[in-house]
Write a protein that binds this ligand. Structure first.
Ligand code: S3P
Length: 441
């Protein structure tokens, strides 16, 4: 286990291009693996998680070739043209819930027996949420007490009309990926709209998909996808990961003279609510450029701290907004004590079943740094205007916790020790190098 020492900083300045989006990288890897032809992906995520997806695609018969290194690397995936082979090894999803859940939908229509395994943290995460729709479609999934390892007895599936009981883009994706290969038209409704990268990725690979929004109760979104569609390889660039950028956007709030430029950043509207939260917490954001690639928005932004706070009340993240910034909540909570008015997070019970119990571990680490706060079953209430001190931080082997508290450490008095700092490599292996380049001391 590696420990990283973070010293306080004077300010944060410079420019950065974050690695490719983790969510989009998973989807491109999986759809490229199923498609016909060779897909060329640039700026693919450097995180370990999307590489778990690539390794699974190889085990299923796709060919993966990496050329070049660093930001210039290209991943070439030659797909199986719709026919996965029986893997000779278990599909190892590592730490990645996205891989395990979305891949289950992708492979369930194939007439093989698949075993999906993961690390300790992934084995604790709920999988019943994908078993339900996929078994309604006709696949058999054996779980161990609701958890991995998962055995999937795949075969021809029939379309269903499914309403997601919890806002989850992973569950939505599992159903869409299975629906793409089922018999009939699969429909999926979600009351709270989650990230729509799968919808854009499916279209980019040539699938037809329709979306209708029902006004009124819950503003439900309904997606429909016909089965039996074939995918064709694409050339694509993955936009920078806004959830990785979130660490530096949050750090920019900590210093009056901060100045940060982020290039080639993914700004998909179902992810970009984070920018509104950063503004509400005292940031000033200027969009310098924006364009569209395969349905995804990508742009450059400049961020600094506004001269005065926008409000005198704590900012509340609840309801649909909670789902939209779910991955960014740990870092927003970690810097909340330094904001003028604090932060209240509600409706975030899903945070307790991520790579760690993120509500409990954020509360524990903030308290170790001397913060006052209230922990609730579904969130946190963190008063603003607090000064923290350096402490020993437990990452809980969770990448977002290791990085969130490295940011909180920049404004603490004294040094902070991040135990289990290597977890950052799950989504952002370059994090500590980028932090050292931007933090001025
Ligand atoms: C993801 C969806 C979210 C998010 C996860 C990535 C995705 O999970 O927390 O990091 O790529 O679809 P849920 O689907 O469980 O909400």
């Amino acid at each position: 286990m590696s420990t990283q020492i973070i010293r306080p900083a004077r300010t944060l300045q410079g420019s950065l291009t974050v690695p490719g989006d983790k969510s989009i990288s998973h989807r491109y890897a999986m759809l490229a693996g199923l498609a016909e032809g060779t897909t060329r992906l640039s700026n693919f995520s450097t995180g370990a998680d999307p590489h778990s997806s690539l390794a699974c695609m190889q085990a299923l018969g796709a060919t993966v070739v990496k050329t070049g290194s660093g930001p210039a690397a290209t991943i070439e995936v030659t797909g199986v043209a719709g026919v996965f082979r029986q893997p000779s090894i278990p599909l190892d999803c590592g730490n990645s819930g996205s891989t395990m859940r979305m891949l289950s939908g992708l492979i369930a229509p194939h007439p093989h027996t698949f075993t999906l395994i993961g690390d300790h943290s992934l084995t604790l995460r709920p999988m019943e949420r994908i078993r339900k729709p996929l078994s309604e479609m006709g696949a058999r999934l054996d779980l161990v007490d609701g958890h991995a390892p998962i055995t999937i007895h795949g075969g021809p599936l029939r379309a269903i009309d499914f309403t997601t009981p919890i806002p989850s883009a992973q569950v939505k994706t599992a159903v869409l990926f299975a629906g793409l290969q089922a018999e009939g038209v699969t429909s999926l409704s979600e009351a709270i709209r989650t990230r729509d990268h799968s919808e854009h990725a499916l279209k980019a690979f040539g699938a037809k998909l329709t979306r209708s929004s029902a006004r009124g109760e819950g503003h439900e979104t309904k997606l429909s996808i016909a089965g039996g569609q074939k995918l064709k390889a694409i050339d694509a660039t993955v936009p920078g990961d806004i959830s990785s950028a979130a660490f530096f956007l949050s750090a920019a709030l900590l210093f009056p003279d901060s100045n940060l430029v982020l290039d080639s950043l993914g700004m998909n509207p179902t992810r970009a609510a984070l920018l509104d939260v950063i503004t509400a917490l005292g940031g000033r954001i200027k969009v310098l450029s924006v364009e569209e690639l395969h349905g995804e928005l990508i742009g450059s932004i400049q961020v600094n701290r506004a001269p005065s706070a926008a409000s005198t009340q704590p900012f509340v993240i609840s309801g649909a907004l909670t789902a939209q910034v779910i991955d960014e909540l740990p870092v927003l909570a970690a810097i909340a004590p330094y904001t003028a008015n604090g932060l209240i997070i509600r409706d975030a019970q899903e945070l307790r079943i991520k790579e760690s119990d993120r509500i409990a571990i954020v509360a524990k680490n903030l308290r170790a740094m001397g913060a006052e706060l209230t922990e609730n079953p579904d969130g946190l209430e963190i008063p603003g205007n607090q000064q923290l001190h350096g402490a020993k931080i437990d990452s809980g082997a969770d990448h977002r916790i290791a990085m969130a508290f490295s940011i909180a450490a920049l404004r603490a008095s004294g040094e902070t020790e991040i135990e289990g700092a290597q977890a950052a490599a799950i989504s952002f292996p370059e994090f500590f190098t980028s932090l050292e380049a931007l933090a001025k001391r």
